[in-house]
Design a protein around this ligand. Structure first.
Ligand SMILES: Nc1ncnc2c1ncn2[C@@H]1O[C@H](COP(=O)(O)OP(=O)(O)OP(=O)(O)O)[C@@H](O)[C@H]1O
Length: 467
């Protein structure tokens, strides 16, 4: 059929508003700027976020009521930036927007920016911190570092709780390194990795002839850690009878080696870790309450990586820089699609998994740009665990301008039709609440969960945080 001129004519304003709607569905509130950083168009969601001065033709910083420097920096930044708004919505003082600007080009020339916004509460404490080999820009983690510094000055027992790979051993090392015991030894033992009898002799030592194969005396970890710190990893897995002996050691500051009679004095600081809630283990009769109280004078909870999404890409880039320094391939950037996949992934293995994924991608890829094809197989599997695409970070990974077709949109599930593989983290809930101005019903609908589930999840989190 021959096309008529009318049939091929494009209704430009309509096409622009449809494109903006699609961008906002995929990436959140969106503002398009020309090459002089003047507003060309605002999506409906962006208009809600920047209600004042948000006129077409306005300069970006005027539209956002942010400082020119902040806005220029955000436009130039490869990573996302924060812009502090003056006289935020309702005139209620200051607000911040998390911003990522994507440069657009046309026939090799700068054509402006697609800017993606996410509201965020003003965090006066927001900044990056490197602490004892750990990096973060998350305020919870930064508060945790301050607790570690205080606890390190004393000999109090510390119980670290967190999922695998969140950095518990790193924190245990920090507690040692910052303590007056830093000159002494740091010993670590994994209570889940040994049989009960072996664990006892590894901890308390044994006398020659105590059991078949005990051909000589062995000091055990307590004595080897003399004057230093002993890190009991996976302490919840310790068998009950050994828990009783451990309690006695903590009370008497002495150990009796297996097969020995005389107690030997020990001067050791104990730091323990577990991925379980010890209180629950106590309730279930699997852990002694008295030992729990002895071990957790200072309890410290390490948040999972999915609850600090702002750490994902910077950490990924730092790991890549580390692998670049080893030689071989040099990765200069991560492409937009890979960034988005990294941000949306749920990271069940936390920072360790992120580090391993970057090492895999560094080895497998061949070019200066790391692409989604370089990522480990689980990223290309349909059923990969994903976070909901609500995080400020996840709205910020745009499609490359040259992308031939739109990827299937990240599925914001409809109410009652949740994919059971999609974990709704506390972070997702907080971001949904931020996006809906605190309206729980709307946040629940956005997340595809019931209001009751949202409420219950918040209560659980409050309880966990108090522990
Ligand atoms: N904030 C961080 N910055 C940089 N690297 C980190 C950070 N947190 C953890 N890592 C790295 O992640 C890896 C796992 O950390 P670590 O062994 O301390 O975790 P864990 O919670 O003790 O894990 P598990 O419970 O499985 O023993 C290590 O390579 C560590 O260096």
């Amino acid at each position: 059929m021959k096309r008529t001129a009318a049939a091929t004519e494009v209704d430009a304003p309509r096409a622009l508003s449809q494109a903006l709607r699609a961008l906002e569905t995929l990436l959140g509130p969106t503002v398009l700027l020309d090459a002089q950083a003047r507003v060309v168009a605002l999506g409906a969601e962006a208009q809600v976020l920047v209600p004042r001065g948000a006129e077409v033709g306005a300069r970006f910083h005027e539209a956002l009521t942010g400082t020119e420097d902040d806005c220029q920096a955000a436009l130039r930044a490869a990573r996302e930036g924060l812009i502090t708004l003056r006289g935020g919505a309702g005139g209620a003082g200051q607000r911040q927007l998390r911003v990522r600007a994507v440069r657009l080009s046309e026939r090799g020339k700068d054509a402006g920016w697609s800017v993606h916004l996410a509201p965020c509460a003003v965090d006066p404490d927001h900044r990056e911190e490197r602490f004892q080999g750990m990096w973060t820009q998350d305020s919870r983690m930064r508060r945790l570092f301050r607790i570690v510094e205080k606890a390190a000055r004393t000999d109090v027992t510390v119980l670290l709780r967190g999922e695998s790979g969140t950095g518990k051993e790193k924190v245990a090392c920090a507690l040692h390194a910052l303590s007056p015991r830093a000159h002494g030894p740091f010993r670590a033992i994994n209570c889940a990795a040994l049989s009960p009898s072996l664990l006892e002799s590894e901890l308390f030592g044994h006398a020659r002839g105590a059991f078949t194969g005990a051909v000589r005396d062995s000091p055990g970890h307590f004595r080897l850690a003399q004057g230093g710190t002993l890190f009991l990893d996976e302490v919840a897995e310790m068998p009950l009878d050994l828990q009783a002996k451990m309690l006695r050691v903590l009370e008497t500051h002495s150990v009796i080696p297996v097969g020995g009679r005389e107690p030997v004095s020990v001067d050791v600081r104990i730091v323990s870790a577990t991925h379980r809630a010890l209180r629950h283990e106590v309730e279930q009769g699997r852990f002694r309450a008295d030992l729990m109280y002895r071990l957790r004078v200072v309890p410290i909870f390490l948040p999972p990586l999915r609850e600090r999404p702002g750490d994902i890409l910077p950490l990924a880039e730092q790991f890549l820089a580390e692998f670049n320094a080893r030689g071989g391939r040099t990765v200069q950037r991560i492409c937009a699609r890979a960034r988005r996949q990294l941000e949306e992934y749920a990271w069940p293995g936390n920072v360790r998994e992120l580090r391993n994924a970057m090492e895999y991608a560094h080895v497998m890829g061949e070019h200066a740009t790391l692409t989604e094809a370089d990522l480990p197989p689980e990223f290309n599997e349909q059923a990969r665990p994903v976070r909901l695409p609500l995080s400020p970070a996840s709205i910020t990974s745009p499609l490359p301008p040259s992308s031939p077709s739109l990827p299937s949109p990240p599925s914001l599930p409809s109410a009652g039709a949740r994919d059971p593989l999609v974990e709704v983290s506390l972070g997702d809930i907080r971001r949904a609440l931020a996006r809906t101005g605190g309206r729980r019903a709307r946040a629940a609908a956005l997340l595809g969960i019931s209001r009751i589930t949202l409420w219950r999840r918040l209560k659980e989190a409050e309880r966990d945080e108090k522990r």
